[in-house]
Design a protein around this ligand. Structure first.
Ligand code: NAI
Length: 340
């Protein structure tokens, strides 16, 4: 079956890791017609807007996109197109699996947990204004609708993927109304899933527990900002940002992207680690029903890590992005690890 998929190369290291990932996807033999589109600063220059309709329309039509990271200026300039895209397509669930890979030096080689981050509201609503000079107000929006929807997603995901426990992470001791509502919705939804354990942790304690005893967690469900921060923390537990994949899921479509950003410090050098985007692409192949191709891609990736010879610089190796991709393609051609 032929699939139409929107491809957004992104900024910085984006085009390098996207090219490497597309190369491996094509080696699996899946029939994909890529529709390449742009966002952010590139789109501003070409179309006069950072979030062009041609890009959002393409994703709505195809229902699936593979996306490289987009740069957002700090403290000034345009607002985040990542946030804009998630809002425009109502991609409300950000799913970020955290699983160690073979041979990657990390604190918790056995770790296997999943972060489900609410993607559409919280402080990311971008409602900021100057009250009087020197005083700024930033408004945190939490709704019953979005909190219930993300809790349901986390429990449904757990049921489908045979996960045993969902933990809601919050600061409801201080933000009694907003985080209190998030927590209340979570426990209301949990009643429909009696086979899955439901508990909660205050965010600060949760961070310490994640660093000291992460094996106690299975699926975590968080508001937008906590989810953003805790995902980077968890990426650190399994070897770094180069290894953390993600998917943004909604009714209108799904956008697959790495947790990390455009890494301007290493852009253009051909040394970026494409693993996080590749793991996102494997999630994407499963999402579009190409399970066999996804499994072959995954097996080949794991085989390259197990060999330990072709490793990128961030993990202590010397392989370039394209050498890493070539090693995976070779494993696919050799039919590596067909067991899964
Ligand atoms: P970053 O994630 O781009 O980089 C943090 C550090 O990790 C850097 O030292 C970088 O070299 C390294 N790193 C990241 N990905 C890597 C990879 N694949 N291989 C090897 N090393 C890697 O975070 P930073 O510097 O805070 O953000 C840079 C830009 O990215 C900003 O404009 C930010 O807004 C944007 N960003 C975009 C995201 C997206 O499009 N989803 C997500 C996060 C940030």
């Amino acid at each position: 079956m032929k699939h139409n998929i929107t491809l957004i190369p992104g900024d910085g290291i984006g085009p390098e890791i996207v090219a490497a990932t597309v190369r491996v996807i094509e080696a699996t033999g899946v029939d994909i017609e890529w529709e390449t589109h742009i966002l952010g600063a590139q789109a501003q220059e070409k179309y006069g807007t950072t979030l062009p309709e041609s890009t959002t329309d393409s994703i709505k039509r195809n229902k699936v996109a593979l996306k490289g990271p987009q740069m957002t200026p700090v403290g000034k300039g345009f607002t985040s197109v990542n946030v804009g895209l998630r809002k425009a397509l109502d991609l409300y669930a950000n799913v970020r699996p955290v699983k160690a890979l073979p041979n990657v030096p990390c604190r918790y080689p056995e770790l296997d947990l999943v972060i489900v981050r609410e993607n559409t509201e919280d402080l990311y609503a971008g409602l900021e204004h100057v009250v009087i000079p020197g005083v700024v107000e930033s408004i945190k929006i939490i709704t019953e609708k979005a909190s219930t929807r993300i809790a349901k997603y986390a429990f449904e995901y757990s049921r489908l993927n045979n996960r045993k426990k969902v933990t809601a992470v919050h600061k409801a001791n201080i933000m009694k109304l907003s985080d209190g509502l998030f927590l209340e919705c979570f426990y209301n939804v949990s009643k429909d899933y009696p086979e899955i354990e439901a508990d909660d942790k205050i965010i600060d304690n949760c961070c310490m527990q994640l660093v000291m005893r992460p094996e106690q967690f299975d699926v975590l469900v968080l508001e937008n900002l906590y989810g953003d921060i805790v995902s980077d923390l968890c990426a650190g537990l399994i070897g770094g940002l180069g290894l953390a994949p993600g998917a943004n899921i909604g009714e209108l479509g799904a956008v697959f992207e790495a947790v990390h950003g455009s890494a301007p410090d290493i852009a253009g050098q051909g040394i970026a680690n494409p693993t996080a985007l590749m793991l996102s692409a494997i999630q994407m192949l499963h999402h579009i029903g190409e399970k066999d191709a996804g499994n072959r891609f995954n097996d080949a990736l794991l085989a390259v890590f197990a060999d330990g010879k072709t490793i990128t610089k961030d993990l202590g190796g010397t392989a370039k992005t394209n050498e890493f991709a070539r090693a995976i393609v070779e494993k696919i051609e050799q039919g590596a690890g067909r067991a899964a």
